[in-house]
Design a protein around this ligand. Structure first.
Ligand code: NAD
Ligand code: UD1
Length: 336
């Protein structure tokens, strides 16, 4: 198949490109590089020995997106493009709604006009807000509490309305838990352009000496060791989930929603210990107050994806940390 990846130069998109190319698919990438570098795609080509057709384009530009569909026979789209910082979304809500929602509207309009109706969307566990119970099922109540999370939730609703209006669409809403790790080659990985917001890239930058110490946001949660518990998933397992979702869409399922997580939760302190073991480096830490908007515990029930996609995450936290560390020490300043 010829697959269009919006936001394909980013962290999850570059790893998914490797998986798609190695499975014999062709990959077209649309990315405006607002949070990534074209070097990631060169590295994907180096890993796979295959070419990617890259368009540096903004998803909100209808004419530009339409031209990509005119020039290529696209079979399906994986829609990664979006802004993803929670803190930034609180400061710049209009920019987040404009980019994430308008970009999706443009994409769907162009897909519809060109008769392409198979779509995989990057949603997030953030749509569950503060879950009442864990593990979280797909039918748990939703309710995000920041503009980033709400943009994901609104897009899920828009895609649901689109499907209800035209049942020829096949749409997979993939709710990712916490993607971490990197490709085994150490050639591609997560490369935050600013100070990392998320735990794993922050730990990595402390380990490699770019940052002095990790601030642990709270040790007074109702969790076994008091620090926050999350479901970390290896980015290559996540990439594999996209391949399985694309295969599923070919069977004409309509609108489907899947959690992509491991089903296991690890605390901040457990992640630090695993990273220290993998890297052989000590991670200086300081306990500070809770980060506003954080929840105590979040992990998936991934059984639906196992049953309907035949997909499960295979890699554990030691492999996640080893691969993240390999990427970080081989590329201490990311792609530059
Ligand atoms: P990323 O920032 O590395 O990748 C997103 C890509 O989209 C970037 O390359 C960026 O340049 C591009 N982009 C953004 N707006 C665009 C626009 N208007 N036009 C064209 N390109 C645009 O992020 P990622 O971690 O790879 O995440 C991919 C998707 O998965 C995002 O939608 C994100 O919200 C979602 N997600 C990520 C996580 C995570 O922790 N990484 C968790 C849940 C969901
Ligand atoms: C964050 C986002 C969420 C998004 C997810 C994946 C917030 C409030 N939530 O969630 O919307 O879907 O990333 O991109 O930003 N931690 C530290 N020190 C740090 C960083 C994190 O102690 O420097 C802790 C956090 O308090 C949390 C855990 O590590 O307990 C994981 O944090 P993070 O990687 O930011 O992911 P989420 O909190 O799940």
């Amino acid at each position: 198949m010829n697959i269009l990846l919006t936001g394909g130069a980013g962290y999850i998109g570059s790893h998914t490109s490797v998986m798609l190319l190695e499975s014999g698919h062709d990959v077209v990438v649309l990315d405006n590089l607002c949070n990534s570098k074209a070097a990631s795609l060169k590295r994907v080509e180096e890993i796979t020995g295959k070419k990617i057709l890259f368009y540096q384009e903004d998803l909100c530009d209808l004419a530009g997106v339409n031209e990509i569909f005119r020039q290529n026979s696209i079979d399906a789209v994986i829609h990664f493009a979006g802004l993803k910082s929670v803190a930034e979304s609180v400061e710049q809500p209009l920019r987040y709604y404009q980019n994430n929602i308008n970009g999706t509207l443009v994409l769907c309009e162009v897909m519809q006009a060109n008769g392409v109706k198979n779509l995989v969307f990057s949603s997030s566990a953030t749509v569950y807000g503060n879950p009442e119970t864990v593990p979280i099922n797909e039918n748990a109540p939703v309710g995000a509490f920041n503009p980033y999370g709400r943009s994901k939730l609104f897009i899920e609703k828009i895609l649901t309305d689109l499907y209800l209006s035209d049942k020829k669409w096949n749409i997979a809403l993939l709710r990712y838990f916490n993607p971490v790790g990197a490709h085994l080659s150490g050639l591609i990985g997560e490369d935050p352009s600013d100070l990392p917001n998320n735990l794993m890239p922050y730990i990595s930058q402390v380990a490699v000496g770019q940052l002095q110490k990790l601030l642990i946001y709270g040790d007074d949660y109702e969790t076994p060791d008091g620090t926050g518990v999350r479901d970390y998933i290896h980015v290559m397992d996540l990439a594999q989930g996209h391949l399985k979702a694309l295969e599923k869409l070919n069977s004409g399922p309509g609108l489907v929603t899947y959690n992509l997580g491991t089903g296991k939760g690890y605390s901040v302190l457990e992640m630090v210990a695993a990273y220290e073991k993998a890297s052989g480096k000590q991670i200086p830490c300081q306990i500070v107050g809770r980060r506003p908007g954080d929840i105590p515990t979040c992990y998936a029930n991934p059984c639906l994806a196992e049953k309907e996609l035949g997909w499960t995450a295979r890699r554990g936290i030691d492999e996640m940390c080893t691969d993240a560390w390999r990427w970080q020490y081989l590329n201490p300043k990311g792609y530059v």
